[in-house]
Ligand binder design. Structure first.
Ligand SMILES: [Zn+2]
Length: 306
């Protein structure tokens, strides 16, 4: 039986050829600069654990193979992509806007208001949401969450909400939860009607049940992996219709544009005070780059490869 932990000669040759393919530009380091920009703090925790003590997120497991020489079993472009997704911690996007990346499949954004913060996309599970919120509070300061925005219906953009917002505070009017037209309907369809098919889809799409290793999950593309633990949801208090709309939350103006795209319903959010446009998964950076075999990174994933 073939040993699947070892790359075949054919695979090794193919990956070597990929490094020489002019379509991939090994020399261009701009994406590493982009990934590093605005870093405030990079935690060293080896993992984030759920309530049962099981790892919900594996920092160290990825770094065991990402921070060494490029593994033979992984295409060099995927390896580079995985390295870039390993640039993690708390980042300043611009004055008043911060992100925690990627302690989850998605990123969470925090927006400073007059007295508190707006959270955009509170991650997939409550444990990683708690981790990200503590990271943010620890470096920027603790103030109340005054609103949560769900950019779209995918679970990595709302599942951690109950750590960041108390449902009683939402029902009592202290915290607003804002989503686009059709949000509840599509969450129920994806998480309820399609629940039987979702695990298989995630297995094929992300290799969800494979171990984190150079022959298992290397990266999902969107982010490193899908985290484990409890998923939550709080029903929106404010729905943005298909014509878009504006709201002022704690002194900060928000302009919404209805924008289904990567999800069946969703919205973009422009924040004039900070000249920032949040578009979630409707836009990705497109690069065709490979990791050259000799370009091993330093031991700190936030430093550029040599
Ligand atoms: Zn999405």
């Amino acid at each position: 039986m073939q040993n699947t932990d070892v790359a075949s000669d054919y695979t090794i040759k193919l990956h070597e050829q990929a490094c020489l393919d002019p379509i991939f530009n090994c020399e261009d380091r701009q994406d590493f600069d982009f990934a590093h920009r605005g870093l405030i703090h990079r935690p060293d925790d080896p993992a984030i654990f759920d309530g049962d003590g099981d790892p919900a997120w594996h920092h160290a497991a990825f770094e065991q193979f990402l921070l060494g020489d490029a593994p033979d079993t992984v295409h060099s472009s995927l390896c580079r992509h995985a390295l870039l997704n390993n640039y993690r911690g708390l980042f300043k996007v611009t004055d008043g806007v911060y992100e925690a990346r990627p302690e989850s499949l998605a990123n969470v954004t925090f927006v400073e208001c007059d007295t508190g913060y707006i959270v955009i996309d509170p991650l997939t599970t409550v444990k990683v949401a708690a981790y990200a919120l503590n990271l943010f509070y620890g470096h920027i300061g603790k103030n109340p969450i005054v609103a949560v925005i769900y950019s779209h219906t995918h679970v990595d953009h709302f599942g951690g909400v109950k750590d960041m917002a108390c449902e009683d505070d939402v029902r009592g009017g202290k915290i607003r939860v804002i989503a686009s037209h059709g949000f509840v309907e599509w969450v129920l369809k994806e998480q309820g009607l399609a629940a039987e098919g979702m695990p298989s889809r995630n297995d094929y799409m992300y290799g969800e049940n494979l171990p984190v290793s150079p022959t298992g999950i290397v990266d999902t593309g969107l982010g490193q992996a899908i985290e484990g633990g409890e998923v939550s949801c709080i029903e929106p208090t404010d729905i943005i219709g298909t014509e878009g709309g504006s709201l002022t939350i704690d002194g900060v103006d928000l302009e919404f544009m209805y924008a289904p795209g990567e999800a069946p319903t969703g919205m973009h959010c422009y924040i004039p005070r900070f000249k920032t446009l949040h578009v979630a998964d409707n836009r990705y950076m497109y690069l065709q780059h490979a990791r050259s075999p000799e370009c091993s990174p330093d031991s700190d994933g936030n430093r550029r490869p040599r």
